[in-house]
Design a protein around this ligand. Structure first.
Ligand code: TYD
Length: 132
């Protein structure tokens, strides 16, 4: 089984719409050090194609939809994200690719560490080596 979880955040909704607030605590797993987001990606583009040595991330499709392909070196699974109140929580040593972007897709990523290129593994064979 590829290790990941889907967190359903509390939605504060009323007649004016919906609001989701995220801070470390019971429903959010780490201190957020960095936020980035991706939009305007064409449907067939494949992004990601890397794993991390240490980083943890919660990934939220705040608008539209896309697919995350997660790979632990033995198995692959696809997670479809299309709910702005749902976070995909993945830790280190998971190879991820994401694709099948709707035209209105915005993917927001909340990360446990600052950007550090040395935390990335961008070669799939090297990823498999690190699992040994
Ligand atoms: P990249 O990791 O290749 O994006 P993706 O995996 O989504 O295809 O990042 C694209 C560029 O942005 C690359 O030059 C690194 C840079 N970048 C930052 O400067 N800070 C960040 O927090 C991230 C995620 C990327």
């Amino acid at each position: 089984m590829v290790e990941y979880s889907l967190i359903n955040f509390k939605v504060r909704g009323d007649h004016s719409g919906s609001l989701v607030a995220l801070e470390k605590g019971e429903e959010f797993p780490f201190d957020i050090k960095r936020v980035y987001y991706i939009y305007g990606t064409q449907r067939d583009i494949v992004r990601g194609k890397h794993s991390h040595r240490k980083l943890e991330q919660v990934i939220i499709c705040t608008s539209g939809s896309c697919d995350f392909i997660l790979d632990n070196g033995k198995e692959r699974t696809t997670v479809h994200l299309d709910k702005p109140y749902q976070g995909l929580y993945i830790k280190h040593n998971i190879w991820r690719e994401f694709t099948n972007f709707s035209s209105d897709c915005v993917v927001m990523v909340l990360a446990s560490e600052h950007y550090d290129e040395s935390d990335y593994i961008r070669d799939y064979n090297q990823f498999l080596e690190t699992l040994k």
